[in-house]
Design a protein around this ligand. Structure first.
Ligand code: NAD
Length: 261
């Protein structure tokens, strides 16, 4: 270990959502390793793709990739055992960096989206924060930190459609988890990121129109191609530097959430 003063030194973290180098989770994984953490990744739908991307991490030789579809109960049931096999009997943190909505739930089709598509968006993007955490709860026996990613659900955004209510559900789920897991010293927080040009973002028709709002209204200059600030916030929330913070949403959006017009 070269870095002996990292803020995640000695911690073991499960990280979902590494799909490409543009994934927020990739940057969280990179920074987590740089800060001394041992990590394990989960991937869906193609673990081989994530394995390829994981080779670009600072310590690729230490990274195991597990297949995990968060809407698959069998995958969730086997997760604890798989993590135990590679990281031992304890983890200290979980990163939920997962979002998905079917095409007919996005891009201006809000009033016509069928419930089946809304249900998929809710299941994968919101309910899974709870099911993922419960799947590894026995490994968080010494307490820990759960961190998810949202896109500010206080507002109705252009094009975002049913991902908006799904993120609102995620934000509420995080607060209820903070309520119910606090006694076990497990914190649950979200990072509310500004727009970033990942795969998930590119799948939203008209996403660049939505993102262009940041050019004119964000107090801090916003770079659509830089997920590192979000990654830094994730790592900070995983660390011991937010020991009494739970049920919180930390905005990493250049400050746009604070601006009225
Ligand atoms: P991304 O496409 O790199 O990551 C999305 C991840 O969700 C992928 O790794 C994908 O494999 C995973 N996923 C989808 N369905 C899954 C399933 N059934 N089971 C397990 N994993 C599944 O995009 P990203 O921007 O890094 O997104 C990560 C998180 O950040 C998401 O929650 C997203 O909504 C949120 N977010 C993104 C932005 C943005 O502008 N990109 C802004 C705010 C919040």
């Amino acid at each position: 270990m070269t870095n002996t003063s990292g803020i995640l030194e000695g911690k073991k973290i499960l990280i979902t959502g590494v799909l490409m180098e543009s994934s927020i989770a990739f940057h969280a994984a990179k920074l987590a390793q740089e800060q001394g953490a041992e990590i394990i990744l989960t991937a869906w739908p193609r673990p081989t793709l994530t394995e390829r991307i994981a080779k670009k991490l600072p310590r690729p030789e230490d990274v195991k990739v597990l297949e995990l579809d968060v809407s698959n109960d069998e995958h969730l049931a086997r997760l604890e055992g798989q993590v135990r096999e590679h990281l031992g009997d304890r983890i200290d943190g979980v990163v939920h960096s997962i979002g998905f909505a079917p095409q007919d739930a996005l891009g201006g089709n809000f009033l016509n989206t069928p419930f089946e598509s809304v249900s998929t968006a809710m299941h994968i993007s919101a309910f899974s924060l709870k099911s993922l955490t419960m799947a590894v709860l026995p490994l968080l026996s010494e307490g820990g930190s759960v961190v998810g990613l949202t896109f500010d659900a206080k507002f109705a955004w252009p094009q975002y459609d049913w991902m908006g209510p799904a993120k609102a559900a995620l934000e509420a789920t995080s607060r209820y988890m903070a309520r119910d897991l606090g006694k076990q010293n497990i914190r649950c927080n979200l990072v509310s990121a500004g727009p970033l040009g990942s795969m998930a973002a590119k799948s939203i028709p008209g996403f660049s129109d939505l993102a262009s709002v940041w050019d004119s209204r964000s107090p801090l200059e916003w770079d659509l191609s830089d997920p590192e600030p979000a990654g830094r916030a994730i790592v900070a929330l995983l660390s011991d530097w937010f020991p009494k913070t739970t049920g919180e949403i930390v905005h990493v959006d250049g400050g746009l959430h604070a601006i009225g017009a």
